[in-house]
Each structure stands twice: as C-alpha cells, then as structure tokens.
Design a protein around this ligand. Structure first.
Ligand SMILES: [Zn+2]
Length: 278
C-alpha cells in the first residue's frame, strides 16, 4: 500500500509480552506508562489545583507509544487480529502511524478501530490518564476536575468522563436501580447534588427493596455531593452504575487494566447521543 519496507515490522513475541502486561497491577502499569512526577502530581489530594501534566516530559517518556502498546496488548492478548477479516497472520505494523496493515484484506487499522476511541482525536495517553484518574478517585471525579488534570476543554473532559463512565454501565444490580426512583428523585432536569443526596437517603430509608450494604448508599451520596455539579436525570443511572462499579472494585489492584478492557470492548456512544435530552 505504498509504504516502504523500513516502515514495516513483522509482529514478533506479542504473546509473551501481552502475558506480562495482563498481570501488571495498576501501580506497575502506570509507572511504566507515565513519568513519576506526573503521577505524583495526579495523586495529590487536590490535583486540580496543580499544574497540568508536562506534555514534553510525557512525550520524552514515550507515554503515547507506551499507552498504544499497552492497549494493543490488552486488546489482542493472543496477537493482533484484523478487525475486518479476522486474519491473525500476515499483519504488519506501520510504525510511523501507529497502525497495522492486513495482508489478507489490505485493511489498515489501529487499536482504536471499533472502540469508543475510534472517533476521538485525543492522544491515547490522555485517555489512559483519564481512566487512571477516574480509577484512583474514591468518590468519582467531575468533568471540571478532569479538565484541570488533563489540560483539555470542559466539553472534552465532560465527554471523556461520560464515555469512561458508560463503560461501567450495567454494574449496579437491577434492584438497586429499582430502588432509586429516578423520576421522583429528579423531577426537573437539574437538581443540586446536596438535595439529591438528601432525597436519595430518604428514599432508601423508606425502601424495602434496598437490601444493599449501607456503604453503597453512603458512597453514592458522598460521590454525588463531592463530584457532580451538574447532574441531570438522564445520566443519574450511569452515576449509580459508576458508584456500584467502584464499590465492587474497591480492592481491585488491576482496576486500570479492567477499566481499559471495558473501554476498548465497549460500544461507541456519540456525543450527540450523550447530550440528547439533557
Ligand atoms: Zn484483514
């Protein structure tokens, strides 16, 4: 397809490499993907007030290439397969573009193809860092915080956080959703989180269906009042799913990996779909 030989490399040893990647804990993975001082900054209690990640340091550390390789190994643990014809042999790497070329059907693709990352222009390191920030945060993170931490626009941060949250959907048990009467809880389009937390507590107290540990509800209320400033009824089930997911994974040392796996396996949701009816 016009690339010269020097631009191509046969894929070797991906199986062995991916095994190592699959068992790396969150801590091990991020320390390989990002410079230490960037992680230090992110882990500060009030990360949003610190300077944004130093793009040059991230580039010098090779973060984008490392994140790409990490995602490739998570997506194709048995070796790269063509998303179009499913061939697992005769796939060449096009180094300069971070893409692959399938000899069988001539399709050129990257790790983003067919995932929620496909239509995104954001560098992969911003995606991975956003997932890490969301994974690390005990109470969830608002789009405003994410905007500060990543140095992106509010719109981008909002979209990013919703897409990541979307990958946690269907995590809350059905009866947990049933116990939250969304329509009654949020009669208008927007409601102050404090009010919401209060209403939620009252509703849970009177609900006989709420056979869940109090901690889930406490976590939900705390999340809602700590992080989410503009909450609409439409997105509330997604927040409940997020809190349930966090609660279930509170001791998961592989949370970054698991969230990324969901992200690259999740179906795409467009910005238009997200904002419709908000
Ligand atoms: Zn193919």
């Amino acid at each position: 397809m016009g690339q010269n030989r020097a631009d191509r490399g046969e894929l070797m040893g991906s199986r062995a490499a991916s095994t190592a990647v699959g068992v790396m804990t969150t801590e091990e993975a991020v320390s390989r993907l990002f410079p230490a001082h960037v992680l230090e900054m992110i882990k500060q209690e009030d990360a949003a007030r610190y300077p944004r990640p130093d793009k040059e340091a991230l580039a010098a550390f090779g973060s984008d290439e490392k994140c790409r390789a990490y995602l490739e190994q998570l997506r194709w643990p048995e070796g790269v397969r063509c998303p179009r014809c499913d061939a697992d042999k005769g796939i060449s790497r096009l180094e300069r573009r971070g893409q692959f070329d399938c000899n069988s059907c001539s399709y050129q693709f990257s790790v983003r193809v067919g995932t929620v990352l496909q239509d995104s222009q954001l560098p992969l390191w911003k995606w991975v860092l956003a997932v890490f920030v969301m994974a690390e945060s005990e109470e969830g993170i608002s789009a405003n915080q994410l905007k500060q931490v990543l140095g992106v626009s509010y719109k981008t941060a909002w979209y990013l956080s919703h897409r990541i949250r979307f990958s946690m959907k269907n995590e809350a048990p059905e009866d947990l959703h049933a116990a939250v009467e969304y329509d009654r809880l949020v009669p208008d389009e927007r409601v102050h989180p404090d009010t919401l937390g209060h209403l939620l507590a009252a509703q849970v107290a009177e609900s006989e269906e709420a056979a869940h540990p109090d901690m889930v509800w406490t976590a939900l209320q705390r999340s809602l009042s700590a992080s989410y400033y503009h909450l609409s009824a439409k997105h509330l089930p997604a927040y409940v799913d997020e809190v349930a997911y966090r609660y279930k994974n509170r001791d998961n040392a592989f949370l970054l990996r698991d969230m990324l796996l969901r992200l690259i396996g999740a179906e795409s949701i467009s910005y238009t779909e997200l904002v419709a009816g908000t």
